[in-house]
Design a protein around this ligand. Structure first.
Ligand code: URA
Length: 209
């Protein structure tokens, strides 16, 4: 996969525009995020390894394509990652699930881990880390560090919006991790928010402020 894939499918782009609008309600935002996460999941899983299995149709036997290898691992970067996770699990119900919790130390501005739980045999699975917003890239890069320390070797990063700064940070820290996103936005503002963006993804999906 390329280092950066922007999914320009019309349905993805239309739903993203609806999500960006200030007037979109929490309920609508959540529904759109679930729908868009399934379309993005389709793209990020495009190269999953396949094998064939002998099956019987009502007409005859055939060697039919099935997924090969271990169940994939979806890893949500808390808390906003959970919004992408739900829709993806509807599409890949047998996926194993992990969580990474990081907060930003206000003095050092470095990400600090407060929670980490990953599926077993991470080294044998495709690992898809999910976070709607790739902003500075600091927490995303730190989350990928933790996944690699836990053994992950084949990792992809899925987000809704990416800032050029975050893509560059990830490219430097983890050039082996392809990024799939619905949009490469213009820039970060001075507070680290993506512009034009959609605001705080966690607040918009959970109705907090
Ligand atoms: N996280 C968000 O939720 N929004 C941004 O714009 C940047 C980081």
């Amino acid at each position: 996969m390329d280092h950066l894939t922007v999914v320009d499918h019309p349905l993805v782009q239309h739903k993203l525009t609806l999500m960006r609008r200030t007037e979109t309600s929490t309920a609508e935002f959540r529904r759109l995020l679930r729908e868009i996460s399934q379309l993005l999941a389709y793209e990020v899983t495009r190269e999953l390894p396949m094998t064939t299995k002998r099956i019987q149709t009502p007409m005859q036997e055939m060697d039919a394509p099935v997924l090969d290898g271990r169940k994939l691992a979806l890893v949500s970067i808390l808390r906003a990652g959970n919004g992408l996770l739900d829709g993806m699990l509807e599409l890949v119900p047998s996926a194993r699930v992990g969580f990474v919790g990081l907060y930003r130390d206000e003095e050092t501005l470095e990400p600090v881990q407060y929670y980490f739980k990953a599926p077993s045999e991470l080294d044998e699975r495709l690992v898809i880390a999910v976070d709607p917003m790739l902003a500075t890239g600091n927490s995303s890069a730190a989350a990928i560090d933790l996944l690699k320390e836990a053994g992950a070797k084949d990792i992809r990063f899925l987000c809704l919006l990416a800032a050029p700064e975050g893509v560059q940070r990830m490219q430097e820290a983890h050039p082996d991790v392809p990024i799939v996103t619905a949009s490469l936005d213009e820039k970060l503002n001075e507070k680290g928010y993506i512009m034009p963006g959609l605001g705080d993804a966690g607040d918009r999906m959970f109705g907090t402020k």
